[in-house]
Design a protein around this ligand. Structure first.
Ligand code: ADP
Ligand code: ZN
Length: 764
């Protein structure tokens, strides 16, 4: 064999902010099975960095190619058919491919060993993060412990050996449980050569993952049956297709998902189910585990790094047929993918807002296309974008406009907070109509949900004298008072201080708390309804692992009467005994500086309203607002999606907003206000220059800005933004590529970074 035959050439993406991929040489003694999808350590300029093997490529004759230093993984972390998907993500979102893959892989996996707090006894973590356990087994395959063990041995020791020979193999932990001196005996007989030690990889158990779920599927109603039939037919075709499943809240979409997953399974194809919230992962996973058993894997960020790693490997090795998770389940290393379900597809949490800014729902359709799979986008309140795609025939539309078992949609009342009478304390928070409804609901023994998308006790601290609100020193936002911790807290960067006695601007002792958050609502409920059991569900109370399950379970078990919560409470939950929902302020989402404000408000109100009347008793909803005539609020009140959609789509068309254009937000972020502004102006000039040079790109393109971002300073960085809109996503992509190329030199050493946000959601 010649020297060359022992070498293969591989295309590697490095986990660094650099564009493109690199060729390395892999010597045969490093390879063990297929190299694609494994991590490697490679030399890069003068460092060693982590990379990912994308492809084996034909030998190159170029000089100076370097060798792979080492291979990290024994098993590939992703199948080779995911490589084109990673490439698309990198291209479309203008983010380096190595960092795309790094973001896709479970965190805690980047060379360092994942940490686990509670290792099972006899367990240890090897150098790539696999949890291994020690097992003890007879050294030879014989049926009985050989004599002369007989009389001379203690009874206990004899029983120990009998057990081992009978079972064939036991973990050290099991042995320790059965015999107090088991580990000692195991050690003794291993030394004597009668038993042997085996180290085996085991999957970490995810504790407390399941909630009680009825296992027997109900008989489908006519609408569900029609939906399942249509979708299953497409799944059998093995071709790419997207369905929008427009089913009102309580129409039984989960059953449709279940039957679609089963249809795919029957054909030997796997499914990914994405949900917008970690808490919903638990519920969805419990549902599918109860119905389909063990071949369900779970991926979300609340798992420990070790747990996530194990779930990941199970999927990569084909041991799971259904993957359930939040946004990041998009990247699950599933091969033979047949179906992707995006539940509550309208939800903004599918958009990642940090570092790698991607839209998981949109990307899911691309992944499905590359795998010839079917997508189901499910929602009671579809995004304007998806509904338009369905209306124009690009997607198939499956509608389930009725709730199961003829349950009624709840009756919605709007309370105009502008003309509230009376000055009863707290009536600006819980209005008299809401208070009355709560009282009636409690005395009939039912449960209620109150929704407020602001945690904390008071929204801000204001100086009565100079009118200044206390602001975060790192961000241009006011600080929120949290009574639990007696701290003023920045919800953007986590900065906290004890409330000062004097105004930092005028030094007078006139600081007064204003506004309210979930914490205060619970306190007021305690005063209004001393006998009611109220609980809070927001990011402050859900910090600890297991807390979500506890609160959900107690609410399901009716140990809680009123649940007060933020966003995380609004989505998907099925609480049969909730008959009243109160929206404390519909205005918070209406007043965000964002072209989707109307859409988000409509969705939010409809979704929260959908949490009630899901059992046999009808539900009631009360919405408090200062904008009672807003079209989004009125459409939500009447459960009229069509009216909302036609109004909204007209507005978008007239203002030339998505889906009538593709947009990108180019943000400049820097330590110095002046430099950031200067660079932003230079960037605008660059954009104009590119457009002049490429008249093709200029067609149908509008550039707005630079302007200061609505939050002009965040985490100590000054922020400017330029919004680019284009009639064509290809031309926009082309422009952004040119801008990336031209941008680097301008920024030079000014300490300003350019962040490209394609299809932006939050313009703050
Ligand atoms: P959605 O996700 O559309 O809001 P779910 O899937 O949560 O609705 O279903 C709402 C409730 O209806 C659940 O309790 C579910 O068990 C029940 N359900 C679903 N389909 C049926 C059916 N065909 N017959 C009776 N109950 C059903
Ligand atoms: Zn801050």
């Amino acid at each position: 064999m010649t020297e060359d035959l022992k070498k293969i050439f591989v295309q590697v993406a490095v986990a660094l902010p650099v564009n493109g991929t690199f060729t390395y040489i892999l010597s045969a003694d490093l390879t063990n099975g297929l190299p694609v999808g494994k991590r490697v350590i490679v030399p890069f300029s003068r460092r060693k960095v982590t990379g990912y093997i994308l492809r084996v490529i034909p030998p190159e004759t170029r000089k100076g190619l370097r060798d792979v230093t080492s291979i990290v993984d024994f098993q590939p972390l992703f199948p080779s058919d995911m490589v084109p998907f990673f490439e698309w993500l990198s291209d479309y979102y203008h983010y380096p491919i190595g960092l795309v893959i790094k973001a896709a892989l479970p965190s805690g996996l980047n060379v360092k060993t994942p940490k686990d707090k509670n290792l099972p006894s006899g367990g240890y973590v090897d150098k790539v993060g696999v949890l291994k356990r020690v097992f003890i087994a007879p050294a030879e395959a014989v049926l009985h412990p050989p004599e002369p063990l007989g009389e001379s041995q203690a009874r206990n020791e004899r029983a120990f050996l009998e057990m081992l020979f009978q079972k064939g193999e036991l973990s050290l932990a099991e042995i320790g449980k059965a015999f107090k001196n088991g580990p000692y005996l195991a050690d003794k007989w291993v030394k004597k050569g009668l038993l042997k030690k085996i180290r085996k990889a085991v999957v970490r158990e995810i504790s407390g993952e399941t909630l009680p779920i009825a296992t027997i599927p109900p008989l489908l109603n006519a609408l569900q049956r029609k939906a399942v039939e249509e979708i299953a037919t497409k799944i059998k075709e093995h071709a790419f297709f997207v369905y929008l499943l427009h089913g009102v809240t309580g129409s039984g979409k989960t059953e449709v998902y279940y039957h679609a997953v089963k249809a795919a399974l029957k054909l030997g194809r796997r499914s990914i189910i994405m949900v917008p919230e970690i808490a919903l992962t638990l519920i969805m996973a419990s549902f599918f585990k109860a119905r389909l058993g063990d071949r369900v894997a779970i991926l979300h960020s609340a798992l420990s790094p070790g747990e996530r790693y194990d779930q990941w490997l199970r999927i990569a090795q084909g041991q799971a047929d259904i993957v359930i998770g939040a946004r990041s389940a998009l990247f699950a290393p599933v091969s033979r993918l047949g179906l992707i379900i995006v539940d509550e597809e309208h939800d903004a949490s599918y958009k990642q807002e940090e570092q790698f800014r991607y839209q998981a729902r949109d990307s899911a359709t691309v992944r499905a296309k590359l795998s010839s799979a079917v997508v189901i986008l499910g929602s009671g309140t579809p995004s304007v974008q998806s509904y338009r795609n369905a209306a124009s025939g690009r997607y198939g539309l499956v509608a389930m406009p009725k709730r199961v078992q003829k349950r009624e949609l709840p009756d919605i009342t709007i309370v105009d907070m502008r003309n509230l009478e009376g000055s009863e304390e707290g009536s600006g928070i819980v209005s008299p109509p809401l208070k009355q409804a709560l009282g009636e609901n409690l005395s009939s023994g039912n449960q209620a949900i109150l929704f407020l998308n602001r945690r904390g006790f008071n929204a801000f601290y204001l100086c009565r004298f100079c009118g200044e609100a206390l602001k975060c020193p790192n961000c241009e936002v006011s600080l929120t008072y949290h009574k639990d911790s007696d701290n003023l807290l920045c919800h953007y960067c986590g900065f906290r201080i004890e409330p000062p006695n004097h105004c930092p601007s005028c030094n007078r002792a006139r600081l007064i708390p204003y506004g309210f958050g979930t914490e205060k609502v619970v306190e007021i409920l305690g005063r209004l309804f001393p006998d009611a059991r109220a609980e809070r569900m927001d990011r402050d109370t859900m910090r600890h692992k297991g807390e979500i399950q506890r609160v959900l379970r107690q609410f399901l078990d009716r140990q809680t009467d009123i649940l007060v919560g933020t966003q995380m409470l609004t989505k998907g939950h099925d609480f049969p005994h909730v008959t009243l929902v109160g929206v404390l302020s519909a205005d918070l989402s209406l007043n965000t500086p964002d072209f989707r404000a109307g859409e988000t408000t409509f969705q939010l109100l409809s979704q929260v309203a959908g949490r009630t009347g899901r059992g046999s008793s009808p539900g009631k909803v009360i919405i408090q607002t200062f904008n009672p005539a807003h079209y989004a609020i009125l459409a939500a009140k009447d459960h009229n999606y069509q009216r909302f959609f036609s109004r909204e789509i007209r507005l978008r068309r007239s203002l030339n907003y998505p889906p009538f254009c593709s947009a990108a937000n180019v943000r400049l972020v820097g330590n110095s206000k002046v430099k950031t502004e200067t660079i932003a102006r230079h960037m605008r000039a660059k954009i104009d220059g590119i457009l002049e040079q490429h008249q093709g790109i200029k067609k149908g393109c509008t550039v707005l800005g630079p302007v200061e971002s609505p939050i002009s300073k965040l985490k100590g960085k000054y922020r400017q933004q330029i919004l680019i809109k284009s009639r064509s996503s290809q031309r926009l992509a082309h422009l952004l590529k040119e801008l990336e190329r031209a941008g680097g030199p301008i920024m030079g050493s000014a300490g300003v970074r350019m962040i490209i946000d394609v299809d932006p959601y939050h313009m703050v």
